[in-house]
Design a protein around this ligand. Structure first.
Ligand code: ADP
Ligand code: MG
Length: 335
């Protein structure tokens, strides 16, 4: 009898240890970079090593793409007007030019002089004079990034801002890292940029919340999705008020003003996170109608939110669930 009890204890101990190991096959790493707190949860084998590698990658990419860090590669490009065309900066600048073409200039990588003029780079907000705005609209319109002689060059004196796509690119790079590992799945969350990788262990879809522009911490709804990127741009994310007027960080390159077309947030669901990030910024500038044509041609889905409506593209009809708390505040429109 004593033997049986001893065996039973050994069995329970081994079983508990095995379960403990199972539970350990999920790991969350955190990193602060690109003005964002990143949370990276990886499931499966080697989750700790992979999640930590992702956090390191995120921090190192800031050293390439920061417009304000004097040691970054982008800073060198903006100060010298050129830099050697290689690595992540070259890849992202190439994508930025493509996106500008795709969105007819609504996304403009050379927007930095305008973003700086409004003080959004250093959080030293100010409302510029019309003369300053006009001067910088012209500078932004005239400048472009070109690739030649093994370098990236900014022509006509402008400056590049990758803030509208850098987080998307970073999360796409993390996704590649995770996909190439033994992990079974992951959720990469960089503020409003969320990427899901692989499958949930129970085989059900991932549930991704869309933040409420009105209620900090609340959700307007959730999306039930497989592996994809869900990226939100919103006027509620970075803004200031002056003399009773509201100004935010997404600028229309044509007017030099923060976009004022009734949208308060745009969420793009796409396979590629850099594309989703870039389009969420561009669609915010373009407004619903023009965005829809581009969204359809690229086969991406969108959730447009205004003060009192949520409009959803057709591919999300079965995937979107409106929050109870949003029911009274918003009309739900299927596009
Ligand atoms: P967030 O960075 O808050 O997640 P976005 O992805 O929409 O939001 O990026 C907004 C940032 O993109 C701004 O802070 C600015 O740096 C840059 N930006 C603003 N307007 C434009 C534009 N029209 N084209 C390209 N970049 C823009
Ligand atoms: Mg963006």
């Amino acid at each position: 009898m004593k033997k049986i009890i001893v065996f039973a204890f050994i069995f329970i101990f081994l079983f508990a240890t095995a379960c403990g190991e199972d539970a350990a096959e999920e790991y969350t790493s955190y990193a602060n970079a690109m003005d964002t707190s990143a949370k990276i949860t990886v499931y499966g084998k080697d989750s700790k090593a992979v999640a930590e590698e992702c956090a390191e990658l995120f921090k190192s990419l800031e050293g390439e793409f920061s417009a304000t860090d004097a040691n970054s590669k982008l800073y060198t490009l903006n100060t010298n007007g050129n830099i050697e065309a290689e690595g992540h900066l070259y890849a992202l600048c190439g994508f930025a030019n493509e996106l500008s073409t795709l969105t007819d200039g609504a996304y403009n990588p050379c927007i930095y002089p305008l973003v700086k003029l409004w003080g959004f780079t250093a959080d030293e907000f100010k409302v510029p004079t019309q003369e300053e705005i006009d001067e910088n609209v012209k500078l932004v319109a005239d400048s472009k990034m070109v690739f030649k002689d093994g370098g990236i060059y900014i022509e006509n004196g402008g400056m590049v801002d990758l803030g509208g796509i850098a987080k998307g690119y970073a999360s796409e790079m993390m996704r590649s890292l995770i996909s190439g590992s033994d992990s079974t799945g992951a959720v990469i969350s960089l503020g409003g940029n969320i990427v899901t990788v692989g499958e949930k262990s129970d085989g059900t879809p991932w549930s991704i919340g869309i933040n409420s522009p009105k209620n900090d911490g609340g959700l307007i709804g959730t999306l039930s999705v497989g592996e994809c990127a869900v990226v939100t741009s919103g006027s509620y994310i970075r803004n200031f008020e002056k003399d009773g007027k509201f100004y935010h960080h997404i600028i229309d390159p044509k007017t030099g003003m923060p976009v004022d077309n009734g949208l308060v947030s745009v969420t793009v669901v796409a396979d590629d996170a850099a594309l989703a990030d870039g389009l969420s910024t561009a669609f915010f500038v373009m407004g619903i109608e023009e965005s829809l044509t581009v969204a359809e041609s690229l086969d991406v889905d969108v959730v447009f939110v205004t003060e009192n409506s949520i409009s959803i593209s057709s591919g999300l009809k079965e995937k979107f669930t409106l929050s109870k708390s949003a029911e009274d505040e918003y009309d739900l429109i299927f596009l």
